[in-house]
Structures are given as structure tokens and as C-alpha cells.
Design a protein around this ligand. Structure first.
Ligand code: SF4
Length: 253
């Protein structure tokens, strides 16, 4: 449940709209870069993506989804049987347990279907708000929040869209600034820019047109040749988001 969103001025919303328009123009094909063909596959891929790149998840999931083609198949297996397919991914034992427990709950409580509400998704082991937002937005075109991963966190601060220090507060700032139908695309756009231009250790700060317009670091870096140090100092001044595999037990009913 989300309280009332923070107030934003019309000037702040206007600026956010310009950022959105420029990102759309730069990345017209921005999309979720995890490979999936059914909602439960995106759910599982997103669980696997915690503290791990989408590329490494996409390398593992074809064999995983071939071996266990449905939530029922995952539920019939054990976490130990799932482990070999995700061994190349960090925290694979916890993630195998989360996938198994989540699929058991999908089968027991939701008829083998991925639920379509935030509250129901949050019942699943390994699923926190970020994963639920990914699934709702990409599978069901339901935008109840903004995905805040490490790239969105970084870009939202560098573009002065938030000063918040927690994922929930960052998400609320973004929700207040951007129109709801754009929330899903917004996260894709920020993630695309974060992967291609504004990487964690710095990017094409002095030369990127979007950065020059919206990122204060771009202007300061254009004047100082010690940009990477400035970036890392700025990064250290703020606690990073640590992506976690939530350890929730499936509730018994
Ligand atoms: S100017 Fe640099 S820090 Fe700012 S968004 Fe662009 S690449 Fe990232």
C-alpha cells in the first residue's frame, strides 16, 4: 500500500516530461531485456536477476524453461533439481529455493497462474516490489509502480529526479513526476541509458546530449578532467541499493 505521493511542482513535472521525451527519442525500442515467453518465465527470470546481469540470466533460462516448462513442473521438482540449471548465477541456491516455493504457491493458490496484483505477487518467495512491478508492467500492462533497480536509482539521482535514499521513496518521487501509463516505459528508458551511456563508474558525461541537458554531473565534468573520481565520490556519499532475494516463507492457508 502506498501513501499519498509527494507533491511536485508543475515545473518539476514539465522537466520530467522533457527527460521522458528525450529518452524516448534516444531509445525508441527500450524494453525489458530479460527473455521470456510466459508470465511465470518473467517472474522466474526476474527472481534470478537479483545481483546478476540480464545477460547471464538469459544464458541460463533456455535450458531451465525447457526442463521445467510450467509452474506445475517447477512445483513438482525440488529446489535441488532446479539448482543445476541456475548454478552459473549468483546466489543460485537461494534463488532455486525461491523459484520452487513461488511456483508451489502459484499452483496451490493461484491455479498455476501468475497473479495480477501487487499484494498477491508479494506473497511469493523471492518477490519484492521491484520484481512485482516488472511482472505487472511487462506481462499485464498494469503500472502500479516504477521499477527501481540500480540503474533507475542512479539515473534518477543524476537527473535530479529524486533525493531519496530508499527504493520505495525513489519510486514514489518518480510516480509523482511521471504519468502513470508511462511508468513501465520510464524504467526501461532509464535502464537503457544506464546500461549504454551512464554506467555506474561514469559515462560519456561531457558529450552526451541528454546528459548535458539534464545531469548536473555532465556540466561539472565538462569543466574538470577528474570526472571518474567525482562520480565515485558522489556514489560513496549515498548508500547503494543492494538487491536481495527476499526470504519469505510461503504463507500457509
Ligand atoms: S552526464 Fe555522466 S553521470 Fe550524468 S547521466 Fe550522463 S553519463 Fe551519467
Amino acid at each position: 500500500m502506498i501513501d499519498a505521493l509527494p507533491r511536485k511542482t508543475s515545473a518539476q513535472r514539465l522537466r520530467a516530461g522533457h527527460i521522458l521525451a528525450d529518452l524516448k527519442a534516444r531509445y525508441p525500442d527500450a524494453h525489458c531485456e530479460l527473455n521470456w515467453s510466459a508470465p511465470h518465465e518473467l517472474l522466474i527470470a526476474t527472481i534470478l536477476s537479483a545481483q546478476c546481469t540480464d545477460v547471464s540470466v538469459n544464458r541460463a533460462t533456455p535450458a531451465l524453461f525447457a526442463a521445467f516448462p510450467t509452474p506445475h513442473a517447477f512445483a513438482r521438482a525440488t529446489a535441488l533439481e532446479i539448482e543445476p540449471y541456475v548454478r552459473s548465477i549468483g546466489l543460485f541456491r537461494n534463488k532455486a529455493k525461491a523459484i520452487h516455493a513461488s511456483c508451489c504457491l502459484l499452483v496451490e493458490q493461484f491455479g498455476g497462474e501468475v497473479p495480477r496484483t501487487m499484494d498477491e505477487l508479494l506473497l511469493l518467495r523471492g518477490v519484492a516490489r521491484k520484481t512485482a512491478n516488472v511482472v505487472l508492467s511487462n506481462c499485464f500492462d498494469s503500472h502500479v509502480g516504477v521499477v527501481v533497480d540500480t540503474h533507475v536509482d542512479r539515473l534518477a539521482h543524476r537527473f535530479a529526479l529524486t533525493n531519496a535514499t530508499t527504493p520505495m521513496a525513489i519510486e514514489r518521487d518518480l510516480m509523482a513526476l511521471f504519468p502513470q501509463p508511462e511508468w513501465g516505459l520510464l524504467s526501461h528508458l532509464l535502464i537503457f541509458h544506464g546500461r549504454r551511456a551512464c554506467k555506474a563508474r561514469g559515462g560519456d558525461c561531457a558529450h552526451d546530449a541528454i546528459c548535458q541537458k539534464y545531469c548536473s554531473q555532465a556540466r561539472s565534468k565538462a569543466k574538470t578532467p577528474t570526472a571518474p573520481k567525482a562520480l565515485s565520490a558522489a556514489k560513496k556519499s549515498r548508500a547503494p541499493i543492494v538487491k536481495k532475494v527476499a526470504r519469505k516463507s510461503a504463507p500457509r492457508r
